[in-house]
Design a protein around this ligand. Sequence first.
Ligand SMILES: NC(=O)c1ccc[n+]([C@@H]2O[C@H](COP(=O)([O-])OP(=O)(O)OC[C@H]3O[C@@H](n4cnc5c(N)ncnc54)[C@H](OP(=O)(O)O)[C@@H]3O)[C@@H](O)[C@H]2O)c1
Length: 233
Amino acid sequence: MPTAIVTGAAIRIGRAMALHLAGKGFNIALHYNKSEPTAVIEEIKSQGVRCQSYSCDFSNLEETDQFFSKILADFDDIELLINSAANFIQENLEETQKQTLIDTMNLNLMSPYLLMRDYKCSVNKGMIVNILDERVRKHISTFGAYSVSKVGLKHLTELAAVEWGQTVRVNGIAPGLILPPQGGAPDYLEKAAKKVPMRKHGKMENLLQALDYLLGNQFVNGDTLFVDGAESL
Ligand SMILES: NC(=O)c1ccc[n+]([C@@H]2O[C@H](COP(=O)([O-])OP(=O)(O)OC[C@H]3O[C@@H](n4cnc5c(N)ncnc54)[C@H](OP(=O)(O)O)[C@@H]3O)[C@@H](O)[C@H]2O)c1
């Protein structure tokens, strides 16, 4: 059975993708940081696949450097890497704290970069999917470091698609309004949906459909699927 590595897979979008892939027969190498992954591991295993969890703080690049070799020791048929772990810190450019900038770049851009490099060097087949954000098309600076990190990750997605296209496909998914931010007000989605051309928010299944498309279509490389109801336009 093929193996998928999913970062940030104990909760929310990463968790949904890991469960979805388990349902399609993928073994799961499940990354988490602070969330408790026991329940999702059990749920994944109940689908008849293997699941091993790996804790790593990707804001610390020394930890990131050790991450991939641990997975290689446990799984030998890796086919997919999904970089979903990220922070989302609301500080505009002039408010940005140095530590926010360092943590955000390490977690949202540098760690995916290192994991992609390790994937290419040791796996060299299958696909990498980077989870971006519809904000990469916009110039709104309210989440300054976050936006810059995601734009960088989109560019990295494209560079890797060009450099590695003969062996590894690299694509992005840019979600729009899917889940409220953690701790968001109960009516967050309903209010925010007013700014989406379709006047509604997306659902997790819309992201999973994007993932299925990228898995199935073997000639799509270097692309980013915007699952955002045209909000980014
Ligand atoms: N939610 C949306 O509607 C939306 C919209 C646009 C883009 N996105 C993108 O989609 C992806 C998932 O979003 P989400 O809303 O599901 O994320 P989330 O709820 O904010 O969760 C963040 C994830 O990142 C992990 N993480 C945070 N700090 C970490 C660190 N220092 N080291 C390693 N992992 C760390 C967390 O792991 P632990 O919980 O284990 O600590 C968690 O799995 C992100 O890349 C986000 O930018 C989401």
